[in-house]
Design a protein. Structure first.
Length: 114
């Protein structure tokens, strides 16, 4: 996938009152970009630069299109188990952080509506 395969649509107007048009990408393009991370072992930053998108967008696409990680088999090695534990701890930490954010947002909006 080359940068020339990315269609860029944006406003080149020098007027500050107009914002650039939002670029839209096909699901196939998004899957190809995610494939760079999953199968080709690119970092998110390198893959995002290679296809000309923001790292945040690529991370969102990865969450949507990347294949689910499989659990360790019963006969996994100690190294595989350690990697699985590390992955699960990161996943748990993120879920806890998201829960805290939602609790704070709920409290804020409940307070503001009363």
């Amino acid at each position: 996938m080359t940068e020339s395969s990315v269609q860029r649509t944006g406003s080149t107007s020098s007027t500050s009152s107009t914002s650039p048009a939002r670029r839209r990408f096909s699901d196939d393009f998004k899957r190809d970009a995610v494939r760079l991370v999953v199968q080709e072992s690119y970092s998110f930053k390198a893959a995002a630069q290679a296809v000309g998108v923001g790292e945040k967008s690529l991370r969102d696409w990865h969450q949507k299109f990347a294949p689910a990680r499989e659990a360790c088999p019963d006969n996994a090695t100690a190294q595989q188990m350690r990697e699985e534990i590390t992955h699960l701890r990161k996943q748990l930490k993120r879920a806890e952080m998201e829960r805290e954010i939602l609790k704070k947002a709920t409290a804020y909006f409940a307070k503001e509506s009363s």
